[in-house]
Design a protein around this ligand. Sequence first.
Ligand SMILES: [Zn+2]
Ligand SMILES: [Zn+2]
Length: 428
Amino acid sequence: MSSTATSLAPKEHVGVLFEQLAELTGQRNAIDGRIVDIVAQMEHDDLAGMTGARSIAALVAWKTAVSPHNAQTIATIAHRIAEFPRCTELLREGHLSLDQVGVIAERAAAGSDEHYAELAAVATVTQLRTAIALAPRPDPDPTPEPERSISKTVGEKYTTWRIRLPRLEAARFDAALASQRDAQITAWRHDHGDDHPGDGDGDGDASDHDEGDSGRTPPFPNTVDAFMGLVDAGWDAEAARRPHGQHTTVVVHLDVAQSLASLHLGPLLSEHDRKYLLCDATCEVWFERHGQVIGSGRATRTISRRLRRALEHRDRCCAVPGCGATRGLHAHHLRHWEDGGPTELDNLILLCPYHHRQHHRGAITITGPADHLVVTDADGIPLDPGSLARAPTQPPPAVTPCPGPTGERADWWWYQPFEPNPPPPSDD
Ligand SMILES: [Zn+2]
Ligand SMILES: [Zn+2]
């Protein structure tokens, strides 16, 4: 195409290229509009669940091989398609881009369809964001959860963390800190005698590191030491527990004669739950026969750190096609150890907790061996990795070219943000 244009003057050449861009942009917008329609249909008819995908967005990312972010944009528009008929129509007609409508669907208030449809005709994605940010925002959640946060400021010599916790969690944190400090003080006294002055108040401000103790005795433990003690304790426990990073201390009683299991001090487990819980051996199991404890532990099916590393190296992520989760993965026994399945590389695969549960509930089936894995949905239809993309067999949508927004510098001074209609006056 460009070979015919190279003889043109630069300005004309740009003009020709812009023509081509406008044509293709219009077509792409229109195609995106159709994709949004299809996704909206899947959401409306609740068809994503049966595919094994964890969400509409995950399904879109999987089946169209777009980035999770783009998939989220498509899913967001599809979700609000009824609220923004004008904007989505302009997308279908090729006039607005997916990202323009995406910004609107993501943040704009209900009832603003016409307002933003008009604005989007001339505004870039960034300008649309600004415009939406200017709209007065009704409190989205009248009773927001108190927000927990940890923020970190790195200074030259010190790093400062601010931890914000709601009351109950703050109380737990206080109690943990206090008990850790008590333990450290007890240990300190045990080693160095109990003649430390002014140590009884336990308020533990950072200043009570005593300089007077010469260099030989370690400083009297303060709150910071207690905090670091908590970190170390957590770290040690975590290291000892790995690869069982998921759930920590679920205790299960398993009747070996009848294959019945119950949670410690808790209910009898369903067959699915039992197999799920016991699958990657992250819980502590007490073996019982006729109500008598005959043993405990994880001896036969422990996934050693080495085996876990080999598994991680081989699988990298959740083995369900299209998932790609990499965190908190469970090691799933293809043939359950209850049924004599060995805890060996061939019989193990990594699954994200979501798909692990889906499998043990029967929503998807996973059959081995690990190197010839077959994953199917509930109807036995194999889940394929990768995108549905193929060469088109139909002409592109016949829409008018889309030259894009004008990109003029926006004059926010004169811009009238969207104002939601006030609620009708109640007569009382
Ligand atoms: Zn499993
Ligand atoms: Zn998964």
